[in-house]
Write a protein of this length. Structure first.
Length: 468
């Protein structure tokens, strides 16, 4: 492809690929040198050239390079534009979802619905790229613009017709998913998270809203949670709005008793039994249904499929049952709102006591730690505070900050031991929620990832208990 095809005003230089990481540059590639918070991309230009870059695009004034260099303004907006043109093949149906919690569940539900409707599907988000025959973990919810558009093309080339991707606030704020053609965009909820980056809820909300103001085209449909306090903020957009929830207009919950749900969808009544646990997962299913219907599928074909949907890995994921009838669930809940919803979702199914094991991550928003502690103390019967990716912080200090909100909790730093003790102490028909890590298969201590999986730990502890 010619450089002139990727950006107006540039010469006809043959480009074989594009890269943001100098280590990934191959012969004939275009390299983007972006000024970052910690390092300038110009520092990596020599390595990029050494690896075969034939042209550089950057945002600094540079000269005397051995390959052509082009300075652009707002390079973070230029990168996705070029990436979308270079990786121009896309699946037929592409939708997105943003919000604090629920994005992964919604993406999974959307993919399941498309598959049941006869279209090969995939998701891009917290779990990486997930499809039937192509899986790749980025390590972040929203990958960089080059990887994102490359993934969409790879999926299309593998026969995927429908994709739902998670739009994180970081990814939106940093323009990683700009220039993506989508048919619909969903909003789940907005509660405290990532304030170490966004500073306050107003900036956090505006970052999320970029999905609707910057990405969703004029003829696209916004599928919004009518029950969330920020509904009006997101509904104030230049798009057709479909609302869902107990207060929803187009997709309305009229009754919900554990697994039995009654809906009014575009004026037609539905009643069904679902496999998912909790009001919030019902809400996630409805958002997913709205996104699929917004792509042109009839509600009469989509809604009857909802009873068949299954929760994704690590989202109120059933980990096993003890011989005394106690049950263990795994959930990714790592924000105050998500922890509250996960506990409340399990409460109706708890015949005896509800225990929770959780912690808070290091090098992240510290203000949520005592809040999560208080939520656990107020809503659960037994609380174990443990480690959850302490990263470069002192794990003991993190736990102490959590326990400001739950001073009566048991402080067990070793997460494996905490899970073991919690399971050993479960009585007849108790429920245990292990929260915070969900699908993650690692524990980050310092800057090193160590293998660790809540579900594996729980399974081993349940086996020991049942063999006694």
């Amino acid at each position: 492809m010619k450089l002139s095809d990727l950006l107006d005003g540039l010469p006809e230089i043959d480009v074989s690929g594009i890269a943001l990481d100098s280590r990934k540059v191959q012969k004939g590639n275009l390299f983007f040198a972006i000024t970052g918070n910690l390092k300038n991309g110009s520092e990596f230009i020599p390595d990029a050239i050494k690896n075969g870059a034939v042209a550089i695009i950057g945002d600094e004034d540079l000269s005397e390079l051995s390959v052509p260099y082009f300075k652009v303004e707002e390079i973070r907006k230029v990168v996705p534009l070029i990436a979308s043109r270079f990786y121009h093949q896309k699946p037929k149906y592409v939708v997105a979802v943003t919000g604090t919690n629920g994005k992964t569940s919604i993406a999974s539900f959307v993919a399941q619905l498309f598959k049941k409707l006869g279209h090969k599907s995939a998701t891009i988000g917290t779990l990486g790229v997930v499809s039937d025959d192509y899986n790749y973990d980025f390590g972040t919810t929203t990958p960089d613009a080059v990887e994102f558009h490359k993934s969409l093309q790879t999926l299309a080339q593998n026969g995927v017709e429908a994709v739902c991707f998670e739009a994180s606030s970081h990814g939106l704020d940093q323009h990683r998913i700009d220039d993506t053609k989508i048919q619909a965009a969903g909003f789940t909820n907005l509660t405290q998270d990532h304030l170490d980056y966004h500073k306050d809820m107003e900036h956090y909300a505006q970052a999320k809203k970029l999905l609707f103001t910057n990405i969703l085209p004029k003829d696209g449909i916004a599928v919004l949670n009518a029950d969330d306090d920020y509904f009006e903020t997101f509904a104030d957009c230049d798009h057709k709005v479909w609302s869902y929830g107990f207060k929803g207009k187009e997709i309305k919950i009229t009754a919900n008793d554990k697994h039995d749900v009654s809906l009014q969808v575009f004026g037609k009544a539905y009643h069904f039994h679902t496999n998912v646990v909790g009001d919030f997962q019902i809400m996630n299913m409805l958002c997913a249904a709205g996104l699929v219907i917004a792509c042109g599928f009839e509600a009469e074909k989509v809604i009857p499929l909802l009873p068949e949907l299954l929760p994704p890995e690590g989202r109120l994921d059933f980990a096993g049952e003890l011989k005394n009838g106690a049950k263990v669930f795994i959930d990714y809940a790592h924000t105050p709102d998500a922890l509250e919803k996960a506990i409340l979702a399990l409460r109706p199914y708890t015949a005896n006591k509800l225990s929770v094991v959780f912690g808070c991550g290091g090098d992240r928003d510290k203000t949520k730690r005592p809040k999560m502690g208080k939520i656990a103390q107020d809503l659960a019967d037994v609380v174990y505070v443990t480690d959850d990716n302490p990263r470069t912080e002192n794990a003991e200090i993190i736990r102490q900050e959590v326990m400001v909100g739950c001073p009566q909790a048991k402080n067990v730093g070793d997460r494996s031991v905490a899970i073991k003790i919690a399971i050993e102490n479960l009585k007849n028909d108790d429920i245990l929620l292990i929260a915070g890590k969900g699908h993650e298969a690692y524990q980050i201590i310092g800057t090193t990832k160590h293998h660790f999986n809540d579900k594996e730990e729980a399974a081993a502890a349940i086996l020991r208990f049942n063999q006694q």
